[in-house]
Design a protein around this ligand. Structure first.
Ligand code: SF4
Length: 213
């Protein structure tokens, strides 16, 4: 069984896939507690659904792209089977993970959007750095959520130290309402790095508090 907070169809809101029709499976539970977390409602509750029920719902939505998110999707063991089944059925599968749990067991056909937690998240110490070794430049993306200048300097340091902008697509996200967007745009545009600033499309369309969008 999988513990599921919500399953819905929307458009993909952040990543290089933003704007595409997408089915979302949002799993319940996360071992981290990021200061600016926008999905605290996934920390508890949820509904226990069988793998087949989840697959049926995804099939009904009819989207080629499926995102498995949370919470922390990799914290549930059956997630790895779900990903495998979806890949075998021909879906493009995105996994949005907080970066604390190893991605080693993820089906290699899936695409990983890996968070690197910046200092303002309060969870920097829990980044599982070996995950960076598994990045594939043609599939995977690394996301940094920036709340202030310290986060930005940390981000630049990590990208440069690991040569990350050559090894994955790099997403720079502003922490919601925490940072001046024009300042962040200036930092990104003058960085000399091959990176991408992104906004959370779904929040601009439906509002920050909306669920299942
Ligand atoms: S990893 Fe994601 S879901 Fe977990 S606390 Fe951090 S932002 Fe929230």
């Amino acid at each position: 069984m999988l513990r599921v907070t919500e399953i819905f169809r929307s458009i993909q809101g952040e990543s290089t896939h933003a704007g595409r029709p997408c089915s979302f499976v949002r799993l319940t539970g996360c071992p981290m507690r990021c200061v600016w977390c926008d999905s605290e409602y996934t920390f508890s509750g949820g509904e226990h659904l069988s793998l087949e029920t989840v697959l049926d719902k995804v099939r009904d939505f009819g989207c080629k792209l499926v995102e498995i998110t949370g919470g922390e999707p990799l914290a549930q063991d059956e997630t790895f089977t779900l990903v495998e089944r979806l890949c075998s059925e021909g879906y493009e599968v995105l996994i949005e993970t907080g970066g604390y749990i190893s991605t080693e067991r993820v089906d290699p056909r899936a695409m990983i959007i890996l968070d690197v937690k910046c200092p303002s998240s309060g969870e920097e110490a829990r980044n599982w750095w070996p995950n960076l070794d598994r990045l594939r430049s043609d599939k995977d993306e690394v996301k940094f959520v920036i709340a202030d200048l310290e986060d930005w300097n940390f981000t630049k340091g990590i990208i440069e130290r690991y040569g990350l902008d050559r090894r994955a697509k790099i997403l720079i996200s502003p922490a919601w309402e925490a940072i001046d967007l024009k300042a962040l745009a200036e930092w990104v545009s003058s960085s000399g790095l091959d990176i991408r600033m992104q906004l959370q499309l779904h929040k601009y369309i439906w509002g920050a508090e909306a669920r299942a969008v």
